[in-house]
Design a protein around this ligand. Structure first.
Ligand code: UD1
Ligand code: MG
Length: 466
């Protein structure tokens, strides 16, 4: 038996088919740009191709699919994009990338852009079958409902043909093992096989699946491997997208817990494909992680928090009910409490904003204390401005810091201040109305009420002053 490393020494081209119209998604957006775990379907497929050792990638897109090409460029800048001008079937689509195939990689993997839950192991298994002498290897699965799938016709260990449901006999329709859509072809014979496929099918399309029978005619060997249904789940509708999301979320949660994250209700925690956790992180129920979040060792994310594009430092505490937006960067042991929103702001070690605050476009120095109700007024209706709060500063509750503004190290801002000018280090800034005291006012109020008068004026009435 060949070792996996031997299979991996072979060069590999992945051809990703993404020219489908995706009509059933009922969306203005291309199907492969829909997201799972906040990453496009296409990005998932490109990532697994790379993980399985594809050193060259060709993506076949439909006409007018600039957005799909842009996503390819973003995720896999080295991948080549080919256009399939007319949608004439899966084999026709693969041949749109003929130039890439003709370069002669040892292994050619044909993948569908709408099958994002594949695992690298699935692809490596197919590549291993090629390394062991097969010319075609196909990934089969046993669907709960086989309707619509091609059936894998086998004889002993060999695959004889794939029959599309529309072309299948009643007996062939009884076959439980179906085509998951993933095919590996040995580079040496791939083009010869693909170019012999015709469009004599029930649909008048060029079926990639015909490659198996053609290979057999040429005296070449085809085999089928088996995968879990979840791995080859294809997405055609929004309902299937949601089902696939559930599968992915389960995998992401399991991987996070495996890596040492504690979750008391994992089924209520939603992760992104790129969420990163250190050790001993605890996540309370009902937390959503958007893309681009890193949480360092020992941090605690409390219930009902929403994080996106944020970095949470070691031992930091976030929530409950906190919102970290893109660019929120929390240092070691920072506390961000309930109903606090942080955006584009770095908050240094030990600083605290425990209740009801907005910190945007700001820097908060180490150990600073941001009182309840503090708002950085970062937007003047035209542009955004920065607020810089020095280390150890104390911002009294309900203060508005009107940016651009600097609060020096160790300075105090009195509660309820509207701060429009820089505050020097160590100073106290007060920017609020002076308090007035009216001695005996409450007693007078009660006396007036007892006389049946409702209106109480703090200024003497005009008549009286005459
Ligand atoms: C295909 C397989 C079927 C398998 C099923 C698994 C064929 C003929 N049939 O059927 O055996 O059980 O997948 O999900 O291969 N595409 C193009 N250009 C085209 C046609 C298709 O790029 O002209 C792309 C689509 O975007 C999609 C993929 O190829 O990513 C598969 O096409 P689809 O029409 O979904 O094939 P199925 O009928 O599902
Ligand atoms: Mg399909």
């Amino acid at each position: 038996m060949l070792q996996r490393s031997q299979a991996m020494n072979r060069s590999c081209l992945a051809v990703v088919l993404a020219a489908g119209e995706g009509t059933r998604m009922r969306s203005a957006q291309a199907k492969v740009l829909h997201e799972l775990g906040r990453r496009s379907l296409l990005a998932h497929v490109l990532e697994v191709a790379t993980k399985a050792g594809a050193n060259d990638i060709a993506v076949v897109v439909g006409p007018d699919r600039a957005a799909v090409a842009a996503e390819v460029q973003r995720v896999a800048p080295k991948a080549q994009v080919f256009e399939q001008k007319e949608r004439r079937g899966t084999a026709h689509a693969v041949l749109a990338a003929k130039k890439a195939i003709a370069k002669g990689a040892d292994d050619i993997l044909v993948m569908f852009g709408d099958t994002p839950l594949l695992r690298a192991e699935n692809l490596q298994g197919l590549r291993q079958a090629l390394a062991q002498g097969a010319s075609i290897a196909v990934l089969g699965f046993l669907p709960a409902d086989p309707t619509g799938y091609g059936r894998l016709v086998r004889k002993g260990n060999e695959l004889i043909a794939i029959r599309e449901e529309r072309d299948a006999s009643a007996a062939e329709k009884q076959i439980a093992l179906c085509n998951g859509g993933l095919m590996a072809l040995a580079g040496a014979s791939a083009l010869k096989i693909l170019e012999r496929i015709d469009n004599a099918s029930a649909q008048g399309e060029y079926y990639l699946t015909d490659a198996v029978a053609i290979a057999r005619e040429m005296g070449l060997k085809a085999v089928a491997l088996e995968a879990e249904e979840d791995d080859v789940r294809g997405i055609n509708t929004k309902a299937q997208l949601a089902e696939a999301e559930a599968v992915l979320q389960k995998r992401l949660r399991a991987a996070a817990m495996e890596a040492g994250v504690s979750m008391m209700a994992p089924e209520t925690v939603f992760l992104s494909a790129d969420t990163k956790f250190g050790k001993d992180v605890t996540i309370e129920p009902n937390v959503v992680f958007g893309p681009g979040v890193t949480v360092e060792d020992g941090a605690l994310i409390r219930a009902f928090s929403h994080l996106e594009g944020a970095h949470v430092g070691k031992g930091a505490r976030v929530g409950p009910f906190a919102r970290l937006r893109p660019g929120a960067d929390l240092g070691v042991d920072v506390h961000i409490g309930n109903f606090v929103e942080v955006k584009q702001a770095s908050i240094e070690a030990g600083a605290k904003a425990n209740h009801l605050a907005y910190i945007g476009d700001a820097h908060v120095g180490a150990g600073a204390n941001i009182g309840a109700g503090t708002i950085t007024c970062n937007y003047d209706g035209v542009a955004k401005h920065r607020t810089d709060i020095g280390k150890g500063a104390f911002i009294g509750s309900n203060s508005a810091l009107v940016a651009p503004v600097k609060i020096g190290d160790g300075a105090y801002v009195g509660s309820g201040s509207v701060v429009t000018e820089d505050v020097p280090a160590g100073a106290l800034a007060l920017g609020r109305a002076r308090q007035a005291i009216k001695e005996g006012w409450a007693k007078r109020l009660k006396e007036l009420k007892s006389l049946g008068k409702n209106l109480v004026r703090t200024k003497p009435a005009k008549k009286k002053s005459k």
